[in-house]
Design a protein. Structure first.
Length: 458
């Protein structure tokens, strides 16, 4: 009789942990109607892949319950599908983290309508709503965009990587409806960013100002408000801070998605400029984002240019031989922001308890990085470590943390461990290991893109 390999046992155990969490969470969450939190639907982000793999009918019924709660709340509290007065960071989150991930499941017309009810504001296509986009400048008119109020004046009229969240909505709407204007505005806006990213060697910009004169920018935005003046400092400071903004906002995702859709080489060149700067963060034990983006790059482009450098950064990072168990730790002190690519001030910490009863900090690559190591090399030891580490983390998170519905961006929740937090959306230990192992999937236009599909039921 052939014995079961360790990786298969760890994969089964990880799936079982997911099942236990999902079943327990459904029982608890169905007692609470939709509350209207700006990222309320994000906590189920890792469940879609589990559903694709298992076909569990209880999960899809919960998705429908969440859908109905959101749509009912939106009809009562949003104006024309969006906040009357909002901004591009928080105001977009339920659309990119919930609605855009829900529509591919059943292609529900009501969900697609909710998605398009935001997308058709992007190019000023709805009468009675203030214009959001300046087609001449190829910029959005403000960071504060609402369906009733747009603050299209200094110091609010800058563009930052957060605006790529709007492009993510547009791309999801394009795939859901086939309406070409959503692809056209995505290309028009992203092309402007590509030109800026590729313009200067050694400097990836994090702000596109509506004016070009440096002295005028300093005069208008230098002391205007905390947000604008901070962005000026970021532009003058270290490259890492600018790359973190792009990594957390979805810039690379959009660039790779547009390359897949259009074949545009400018999107790949711009993505590579950003990815080049992310290599040092790849083996950060608390960052899953770099691995998620490098893995997506490999899948979409089939280019292996980064492989040797990534493997070299993790080859000799091994767990201690005398480790007895894994420990989840929460820090009582609020950390500074930004901590680095894929990091958040309230993230959990990981450690080992050794046979000597000493505690040793976890210093090996993240589960997503270990999984990518397996995809690059084919070495089963890395696959086993990735799945084992993910299973241990989810096991501990399920017993110590809350689901994450109350704040989908938070770093110390079960959903943050499974599918990422506000600085690392869709970059968690479950979506970075279980999803590629079982589905061969990567994130595409906000949703899972399974390359392996399973037949369920009759």
């Amino acid at each position: 009789m052939v014995s079961q390999p360790d990786w298969a046992k760890n994969l089964q155990d990880l799936q079982s942990e997911m099942q236990r969490w999902i079943k327990q969470s459904i029982r608890q969450q169905k007692k609470i109607p939709w509350q209207g939190i700006h990222d309320e639907g994000a906590f189920i982000s890792s469940w879609y892949g589990y559903y694709w793999a298992t076909g569990d009918p209880e999960i899809v019924e919960f998705f429908r319950w969440m859908r109905d709660g959101y749509l009912d709340w939106a009809r009562k509290h949003l104006y024309h599908g969006h906040y009357g007065e909002g901004e591009v960071h928080h105001g977009t989150e339920n659309h990119i983290l919930f609605v855009a991930r829900l529509w591919p499941l059943e292609k529900d017309p009501a969900v697609i309508e909710a998605l398009e009810d935001v997308a058709h504001h992007l190019g000023n296509w709805v009468e009675g709503v203030p214009d959001w986009y300046d087609w001449e400048k190829r910029l959005f008119r403000s960071w504060y965009l609402g369906t009733e109020v747009v603050r299209a004046m200094p110091p609010y009229d800058f563009n930052v990587p957060d605006h790529f969240r709007l492009v993510q909505i547009a791309l999801s709407a394009y795939l859901a409806t086939g309406t070409t204007r959503y692809l056209e505005i995505s290309q028009d806006y992203t092309d402007a960013w590509c030109e800026a990213i590729l313009r200067y060697a050694g400097h990836v910009p994090a702000v596109l100002w509506p004016i070009e004169d440096d002295e005028e920018i300093e005069r208008i935005y230098g002391d205007a408000n905390a947000n604008a003046s901070h962005l000026l400092q970021v532009e003058r400071g270290a490259q890492d801070a600018r790359i973190e903004l792009h990594a957390s906002a979805g810039t690379v995702d959009v660039l790779l998605d547009l390359h897949k859709l259009t074949g545009g080489e400018n999107y790949i060149r711009a993505a590579e400029r950003i990815l080049d700067e992310m290599i040092p963060a790849f083996a950060d034990p608390l960052a899953e984002t770099p691995a998620a983006l490098f893995a997506k790059y490999r899948m979409i482009t089939e280019d292996t240019r980064y492989d040797q450098r990534l493997v070299a950064r993790m080859r000799y990072l091994e767990p201690p031989s005398d480790a007895v168990s894994t420990i989840l730790m929460l820090d009582s002190q609020k950390k500074a922001h930004p901590l680095g690519i894929g990091r958040r001030f309230d993230e959990v910490q990981w450690a080992y308890r050794l046979q000597s009863r000493q505690i040793r900090e976890y210093t090996e690559p993240s589960p997503s990085a270990l999984m990518l190591g397996y995809q690059i090399t084919g070495e089963g030891a890395w696959l086993n470590r990735a799945l084992k580490t993910a299973r241990e983390r989810l096991y501990l998170a399920r017993r110590a943390l809350i689901d994450g519905r109350e704040h989908g961006d938070a770093g110390s929740t079960i959903s943050a461990i499974a599918s990422g937090h506000g600085r690392a959306a869709s970059a968690g230990c479950v979506v970075g290991t279980f999803h590629p192992a079982v589905l061969g999937s990567y994130r595409y236009a906000n949703a899972d893109q399974p390359r392996v599909k399973y037949q369920h039921g009759g």
